[in-house]
Design a protein around this ligand. Structure first.
Ligand code: ADP
Length: 187
């Protein structure tokens, strides 16, 4: 079962990805977490990535595509994965589709989280004060929302052609949203 969670920054993909990962027993791979860990470890990858992340821009594909392939090729990912934070643009979607098909697999389901922009900004401001992420400043949040609209949102159409997209309401309690995600994945 290979599932992509799509949604703007603050739409709840991470929280729901964790819940889904434990209920399905498949790992969640979050490129944002991998990149932040690389930054914290002072790794080369992190050094290259940080300035893009701090500006709210996508980390270039030459950095990300290798990372995605490495994560998808790991033994834990063989039975399926929950992709959180990737693919984030058409080139990454092509890479994911190509990698999975080379192993006789495919993207089985895409869950897209629908949350209004006003709510996203409020959540981001709340998160900035609790988590202290360096990319949660008002300017960066605005930029990340713009990047999402321009580069990531078109992927919904890419996967809609294959009839595997469920758009769910991302507002409400964590449990309410989790129930919607579960229904979408079982459909
Ligand atoms: P959010 O979705 O809340 O913005 P993430 O943790 O998914 O948070 O991503 C944080 C930042 O990491 C992004 O703004 C971007 O700079 C970088 N990033 C994460 N995943 C990718 C990706 N697949 N491709 C390019 N950049 C990425």
């Amino acid at each position: 079962m290979n599932i992509i969670l799509l949604g703007a920054p603050g739409s709840g993909k991470g929280t729901q990805g964790e819940i889904l990962s434990s209920s399905l027993g498949v790992p969640r791979i979050a490129t944002g977490d991998v990149l932040r860990a690389a930054v914290a470890a002072g790794a080369r990858l992190g050094e290259k990535a940080q300035r893009f992340m701090d500006r709210g821009e996508l980390v270039p594909d030459d950095v990300i595509l290798g990372l995605i392939r490495e994560k998808l090729a790991s033994p834990e990912a063989a039975k399926g994965v929950i992709m959180d934070g990737f693919p984030r643009n058409p080139a990454q979607a092509t890479a994911v589709d190509g990698f999975l098909s080379s192993r006789g697999a495919r993207v089985d389901q895409v869950v897209s989280f629908d949350v209004s922009e006003g709510e996203l900004v409020l959540r981001a401001i709340g998160r900035a004060s609790t988590e202290g992420r360096s990319d949660d400043t008002p300017d960066t949040i605005r930029k990340r929302l713009e990047v999402y609209r321009e580069q990531t949102q078109p992927l919904i159409e890419h996967y809609q052609k294959r009839n595997i997209v469920s758009i769910i309401d991302g507002t409400g309690t964590i449990d309410e949203v989790a129930k919607r995600v579960e229904d979408a994945v079982q459909s």
